[in-house]
Design a protein around this ligand. Structure first.
Ligand SMILES: Nc1ncnc2c1ncn2[C@@H]1O[C@H](COP(=O)(O)OP(=O)(O)OP(=O)(O)O)[C@@H](O)[C@H]1O
Ligand SMILES: [Mg+2]
Length: 368
């Protein structure tokens, strides 16, 4: 099991500077609204996965009016220590693993695995396709570093192809060998990305079906389908769309337009599900990812529970913690201890955060 032992923040969101040492078991981040609970979890997420769970913009993570931000964490896995460091600035993002800078993010993502449960998870079901692509990319990325590399190459080529389409539009050219080369290269990476997404969704679907049934006590089985934007020969499909793409100056098919969907049989979940069912499905998705990481990496991820725990009643809180079975280090945010049922917990550490500072730390139990 990998656990974060300590975290140092400089100019990250509302944290001007922070030093914290965590329990290898359960950490409770307590505080009123807007005091920095989510930001603390977001920092751990971003440090391990190089991205926030809620924004695509790294600039948002840097404190207002500051030129850069650093996040540094020391992790322990059995007796081995690992130090990760991320520096964000206007020039971009740098990551270091045990003081060595990694030029390729794909070699860095997945050294430490994280699964975050957050209110935004509901958007995986309620929101648009980009939310689901983000989810697929984040989770497949931490399972498979080749995926991150393929995706980054794809994004670069897509940008180039779109620029080429615009250039051709301006010059009123209908065909160009450079466009053909870019299309071929784009297909090369698309095939790999789509293959990995299909495989991920297949395993995810199996796990979610059984987790959802247990959590909901419903006999109905949830299905998840991967819906790629094109099937069959993609190079041919790109050719067929070329006139249209030249008109719009953008690429109309490819992994950047993929989606996946949730169904009860043939019926899309969103058409019939209650709020509670949507919440249960979102929870099932993340629990399935925890399982996949455990199986694939032979190591449990760090679990971050942002605002999803204190909403549950006592027995559901207990069931959720039992799911992680002491195999994972857990972070839980809450505005009050009153809504948390901690009776059955032996060891945990409570951090009180106020305005981007840790004002109080209390340890409960013996093994900390
Ligand atoms: N880049 C930034 N620079 C400075 N402050 C920021 C930045 N980004 C966000 N904040 C501030 O951080 C605060 C939000 O912190 P956070 O979301 O961590 O709170 P929280 O404790 O999780 O609150 P809640 O209980 O409402 O979820 C807000 O007041 C916001 O204005
Ligand atoms: Mg919050």
């Amino acid at each position: 099991m990998t656990a974060i032992k300590s975290l140092t923040l400089k100019n990250f969101r509302l944290y001007e500077s922070l030093n914290a040492s965590f329990s290898p078991l359960i950490n409770i981040i307590l505080g009123n609204n807007a005091q920095g609970k989510t930001s603390l979890l977001e920092a751990i997420h971003a440090l391990a996965l190089t991205k926030s769970h809620k924004t695509a913009s790294d600039r948002e993570l840097i404190s207002h009016h500051q030129p850069f931000s650093t996040v540094k964490g020391t992790f322990a896995n059995e007796n081995k220590e690992t130090v990760l460091e991320m520096i964000l600035s206007k020039e971009g993002k740098k990551v270091r693993h045990n003081q060595i800078e990694y030029k390729r993010l794909s070699d860095y993502v997945g050294i430490v695995n994280i699964v975050m449960f957050a209110p935004e998870d509901l958007n995986l079901i309620k929101g648009g396709p980009s939310e689901r692509r983000r989810f697929m990319d984040m989770e497949i990325g931490q399972l498979n570093r080749h995926y991150v590399y393929h995706l980054n190459q794809y994004k670069r080529l897509l940008k180039e192809r779109n620029e080429q389409l615009k250039t051709m539009q301006r010059k009123r050219i209908k065909s160009d060998p450079l466009l053909d080369i870019l299309s071929e290269q784009l297909v090369h990476y698309s095939v790999r990305i789509m293959r990995d997404r299909a495989g991920f969704i297949e395993t995810l679907a199996q796990k979610v079906a059984s987790i959802y049934q247990v959590l909901s006590n419903e006999p109905t089985a949830i299905e998840i389908h991967y819906n790629p934007s094109s099937k069959g020969d993609m190079l041919k499909a790109l050719k067929n769309k070329q006139a249209y793409d030249l008109m719009t100056g953008s690429t109309s098919i490819g992994p950047h337009r993929d989606d996946c969907g949730f169904y009860y049989g043939d019926i899309p979940v969103m058409k019939v599900a209650s709020q509670g069912q949507i919440r249960t499905l979102a929870l099932s998705l993340k629990l399935a990812v925890v399982d996949m990481i455990k199986e694939h990496k032979k190591n449990a991820p760090i679990v971050l529970l942002d605002d999803v725990f204190s909403e549950l009643d006592a027995s559901r809180q207990k069931n959720l913690l039992n799911k992680f079975d002491k195999a994972s280090q857990i972070f839980i945010t809450s505005t009050s201890l009153d809504t948390m049922h901690l009776e059955s917990l032996k060891d945990y550490k409570v951090f009180e955060v106020t305005a981007g500072k840790i004002e109080g730390v209390k340890t409960h139990g013996s093994t900390l």
